[in-house]
Ligand binder design. Structure first.
Ligand SMILES: N[C@@H](CCC(=O)N[C@@H](CS)C(=O)NCC(=O)O)C(=O)O
Length: 336
């Protein structure tokens, strides 16, 4: 009897709590009809490690937009703050970043950077250079193409990794995820199993936690995921090499730094975090290699990426470098 009462209480709590944490997909772009509490014109809900958050931070730094920062933990950086009641009111899709302008949320990082640049361009007396957007329509088209190429799109990006370079990133981040999750208590992942909109994501982290990074080479689906992501990114970077070699300047459209470069900077930053640079920035890609050097010299790289380094990411990188050195199977799983 006591057990029945206990089970009924737990079930009641779960149903009630789920009602408080309503999740669902959100449309991309600025949601003028939603008004969130805010203190500043611009506010950003973001995570230090998240690829898409980096993109929006870099963009805001380049545009000179100051904002109130709300750091939201993801499971890999410590806890499922992105499925807390509070954050789900900001974004029922439970993802970061969310850019908030005058209380209106803008969803999807590739939409956020375009939106912020348009707001800057709309100010009187601002030239399009400052808005990171070329005036020339052909160059603008090229920029849009690479903004899309840099995007992480859909609930299952891995399924569309040949479409965008951004979609190859989760596969290449797998070793970092595995190394980071080793430091997170398992019970925190259970919260994701109960309340995350996309249960596979929580299951994936639980599986990484249970098996540990050392076992990664034994898991054929993980090895395959990494290998397919690697092959797809090689193709995207070959395309980028050709574009940069033909451009008349250090950036994708030439002399002007644009939203396309913002989008690619964060992908290279992730390759650096995962110790992938040697694999992708080879002598066969001199233009891409010089491009990554130039990107790192932007003050926005320091302000929006380096100054947001997460200690668990540095530890994860060390683990990966070490394992690649000491375990031929691990090296093979990543690079074979
Ligand atoms: N397409 C979205 C992707 C957002 C996204 O998936 N963000 C990741 C971090 S890069 C996230 O919030 N993951 C947390 C989770 O799924 O639990 C964008 O560009 O903003």
């Amino acid at each position: 009897m006591l057990l029945v009462l206990l089970l009924a209480a737990v079930a009641g709590w779960y149903i009630w709590e789920r009602r408080q944490r309503r999740t669902g997909q959100v449309p991309p772009g600025c949601q003028q009809h939603i008004n969130l509490p805010h203190e500043q014109e611009w506010e950003l809900y973001h995570n230090d490690f998240s690829l898409c958050s980096k993109k929006t931070r870099v963009c805001l730094a380049e545009l000179g937009i100051t904002y109130k920062s709300h750091h939201i933990d993801l499971i890999e950086t410590g806890s499922y703050e992105n499925i807390s009641r509070c954050f789900l009111r900001v974004n029922p899709a439970a993802t970061v970043p969310v850019l908030v302008h005058n209380g209106h949320p803008v969803y999807e990082s590739h939409e956020q950077i375009v939106y912020a640049a348009e707001q800057v361009a709309a100010q009187p007396g601002v030239n399009l250079d400052a808005a990171l957007t070329p005036a020339d329509p052909e160059k603008k088209q090229l920029m849009d193409y690479w903004v899309h190429k840099g995007s992480l799109v859909g609930d299952n990006p891995v399924a569309a990794m040949h479409e965008t370079a951004g979609n190859t990133v989760p596969g290449l981040t797998l070793p970092i995820f595995a190394a980071m999750i080793a430091h997170i208590p398992g019970y925190r992942i259970l919260e994701g199993l109960l309340f995350h909109r996309i249960k596979q994501r929580a299951l994936f982290f639980l599986m990484l936690k249970l098996q540990g990074i050392n076992k990664l080479p034994n898991r054929a689906p993980l090895r395959k995921g990494i290998s397919r992501s690697r092959a797809a990114l090689h193709q995207h970077l070959d395309e980028l090499e050709a574009v940069l070699a033909a451009a008349d300047g250090p950036w994708i459209v030439g002399q002007q730094f644009t939203l396309a470069d913002v989008s690619m900077m964060v992908i290279f930053s992730r390759l650096d975090e995962g110790d992938w640079v040697e694999e992708f920035l080879t002598a066969e890609r001199p233009a891409v290699t010089a491009y990554w050097r130039a990107l790192r010299e932007r003050p926005s790289y320091t302000r929006a990426i380096l100054e947001h380094s997460h200690p668990l990411v540095a530890r994860a990188r060390e683990t990966i470098v070490q394992l690649k050195r000491t375990s031929p199977q691990f090296r093979e799983a990543l690079l074979g």
